[in-house]
Design a protein around this ligand. Sequence first.
Ligand SMILES: NC(=O)c1ccc[n+]([C@@H]2O[C@H](COP(=O)([O-])OP(=O)(O)OC[C@H]3O[C@@H](n4cnc5c(N)ncnc54)[C@H](OP(=O)(O)O)[C@@H]3O)[C@@H](O)[C@H]2O)c1
Length: 241
Amino acid sequence: MSDGTPLQGQRLVVVGAGSRTGRALARAASAAGAAVVLAGPDPRKLEWTAGELTGPSEVIALDLTDEHSIAGFARRAGRFDHLVSTAAMPANGPLKDLELADVQRAFAAKVIGPMLLAKHLAGQVSERGSFTFFSGVAAWRPAPARTVMATTNGALAFLVQALAVEIAPVRVNAVSPGIVDTGSWDGLGADKEAFLRGVAERNPARRVGSPEDLVKAVFYAIDNPYVTGTVLHVDGGGRLA
Ligand SMILES: NC(=O)c1ccc[n+]([C@@H]2O[C@H](COP(=O)([O-])OP(=O)(O)OC[C@H]3O[C@@H](n4cnc5c(N)ncnc54)[C@H](OP(=O)(O)O)[C@@H]3O)[C@@H](O)[C@H]2O)c1
């Protein structure tokens, strides 16, 4: 496991494999010799990722807002070594404008969904296997109109501690990104470059993150058998600045 190719011959489930970090992770894991189960809500996006991989892969649709979908996914997925979920359905905006259904979806993707993944899939993880979920810097640096994001990411940080104890010896960790140029900031349009430059100037590491920074953290969480119940902050120190 620890010869620099932790994923060689392993079966890895990636929830969120249809885009951004999940897709980058699937590509990197495949190149490292893993068989990858590509999971997410949109099979067309998952097929697109599958077409980019060098090794074996399987596409299985999965909606973390629906326990039947999670249970069905568990039946189809079979045994595996590691599961990573990058899933998020953010509900940003001022408190006065929040819609309950949007808030519930945000909790489903980041908190309840991961809990149900553990419920339905923990028995299918191989010896020394793991779950890795994605939290985020907003929990440690709350901002106006980001209350749901702060709360879901914070809840996930505590969820991995609880799961690490309850489903031991399966290991459970979280990666907490800071501002990372995954494509999720493209909606800022012409303002994106100035936004990222400002973040980099404030961050102690003086840069913003790349998807590769996140992939490295996931590989570490998967590979290190003594790491569980932990949040790996991959944020350039952004939660401190
Ligand atoms: N990028 C940043 O600056 C940043 C900062 C802090 C935290 N994070 C966290 O890091 C993670 C990755 O972020 P990202 O920027 O790569 O991409 P992202 O756009 O946040 O990725 C979200 C993923 O969740 C999937 N998803 C949405 N609804 C789902 C559902 N109901 N069931 C299962 N999966 C669902 C999406 O599927 P589709 O592919 O089908 O859309 C997508 O792959 C996220 O959890 C995010 O909150 C990112």
